[in-house]
Design a protein around this ligand. Structure first.
Ligand code: ADP
Ligand code: MG
Length: 437
């Protein structure tokens, strides 16, 4: 085996879990290392996909640490002739046009359910007539629920219909990096002109990252206004409702709120199953119905995780040369989920809620009844009920000895409020994201 590859395996072994090393690195065969390109052979296409998605940066980092060279990684599938496919190690940043949209994130590959129906409908409408009535569009929702997918789909569709239109797709961190670069190299005029003159439709992913970045927000605000005034389409995604994005300037909040706002909820069971089936169809994975139902019932909300399980399952079944079965799915899920956290304690929940609402921890266990205290207290009780196995009286006890009926009332109240208030629903899901086992 090649010396460089051997040393990089040693280093990788120290950086990732033993089980992952065994599954994803031991089956790799070294092919060659020349001209800053490391060529490796992997067992199959799922393996390649998984390695690319999850370990490409680890491999390039390790190689860089060993050689101070930015290596390209070329992955060949066993029995496959050399093709020009690479994991790119180009630094991210700058604008992406057609070739840089993710080719898999199309409308055709997007499963529509009631969780994402409105966001999907607005996105389709925009693709038909960008810069029309649906401007700007603000899509928000939790992690892994399809925001980036929809944004890419708009880009593809617009280009399919009108390939002359310049689609600018980037995330807000890339926007910021580009701005910093332009300031540093005295290229602000180029920066502004590029957006003003050559941007037909602007798609900005994860806008929440510009919270607290004053200069970036100012530049974005001006570009936004310019594009909006010249009737060019703007679509923005975020993990939260504009008003709730920390440290976002009011004038940007109000711009975002002036247009259409679509919320993507966590998917319901049927949508999860449909998504799994669609993914299986695209990747030619033979997925039995019962396994799809099992995965959809075990993975609560994140579609990215759902996909990850499916790919793991497909990879293992093809390495073992055995079909995908319920047993295999159970085994994989146990493996994948074993690293997950224990259930949170009531104290952890209280701390997280107090921090989120910027109130004192002692307020939550006090008897204060003012709304700024009572409401977060009710939310904490609700989250305790959802994420832990404590009974109503036990929860009441931990909130300064409240009666169990107070807890029941709180849980019911938040449950019904969530139904009518998507912003609250999203806030609670953000809060629970880091707490949930
Ligand atoms: P987000 O940007 O909201 O964090 P992504 O758009 O990256 O989420 O989606 C995560 C993964 O889930 C992607 O691979 C995406 O293709 C897939 N996905 C999400 N929603 C759907 C859907 N409705 N239909 C098909 N795939 C979906
Ligand atoms: Mg995203």
């Amino acid at each position: 085996m090649n010396d460089l590859w051997e040393r990089s395996l040693e280093l990788t072994r120290e950086r990732i879990k033993a089980q992952n090393f065994k599954t994803w690195f031991e089956p790799i065969n070294f092919v060659s290392a020349k001209d800053n390109t490391l060529t490796l052979k992997v067992p199959n296409k799922f393996f390649k996909h998984w390695l690319t998605e999850n370990y490409s940066s680890i491999i390039t980092d390790v190689l860089f640490d060993l050689t101070s060279v930015n290596y390209n990684i070329k992955l060949l599938i066993s029995n496959e002739k050399e093709k020009k496919e690479k994991i790119s190690n180009k630094p991210r940043g700058h604008l992406r046009v057609k070739g840089n949209l993710n080719p898999k994130y199309t409308f055709k590959n997007f499963v529509v359910g009631s969780c994402n129906g409105i966001a999907h409908a607005h996105s389709m409408a925009i693709s038909k007539s960008p810069g029309g009535k649906h401007n700007p569009l603000f899509i928000y929702g939790g992690v892994g629920l399809g925001k980036t997918h929809l944004l890419n789909a708009i880009g593809h569709e617009v280009l399919n219909k009108n390939s002359n239109l310049n689609v600018h797709y980037l995330n807000s961190e890339e926007f910021m990096n580009e701005l910093i670069y332009s300031i540093r190299y005295d290229k602000m005029n180029n920066f502004r002109n590029k957006y003003r003159n050559s941007c037909g439709i602007l798609l900005v992913d994860d806008i929440q990252f510009i919270g607290g970045k004053e200069r970036t927000q100012d530049e974005f605000f001006h570009i936004f206004n310019y594009l909006y005034d010249s009737r060019r389409q703007i679509v923005v995604t975020s993990d939260n409702f504009p008003k709730n994005i920390p440290q976002l300037k009011d004038r940007l909040k109000s711009r975002f709120e002036s247009g259409l706002i679509a919320y993507i909820k966590p998917p319901e069971m049927e949508t999860k199953i449909a998504i799994l089936k669609k993914k299986a169809e695209i990747d030619e994975i033979d997925l039995p119905n019962e396994v799809a139902i099992f995965l959809a019932s075990r993975i609560k909300s994140n579609i990215r995780e759902l996909e990850g399980c499916l790919l793991n399952l497909a990879a293992l079944s093809s390495i073992n040369n055995s079909p995908i079965t319920l047993d295999l799915a159970q085994e994989i899920l146990q493996n994948l989920l074993h690293y997950k956290k224990e259930k949170p304690s009531i104290e952890q929940i209280q701390k997280a809620v107090a921090k989120y609402f910027n109130i004192k921890l002692s307020d939550l266990t006090s008897n204060k009844k003012t709304k700024p205290i009572a409401f977060p207290r009710q939310i904490s009780m609700y989250i305790c009920r959802k994420l832990t196995d404590y009974s109503f009286p036990e929860i009441g006890n931990k909130f300064g000895g409240k009666d169990h009926s107070t807890v029941i009332h709180a849980v019911k109240k938040i449950e019904s409020k969530i139904k009518e208030d998507p912003i609250l629903e999203n806030n609670i899901s953000l809060l629970t994201k880091n707490l949930a086992p």
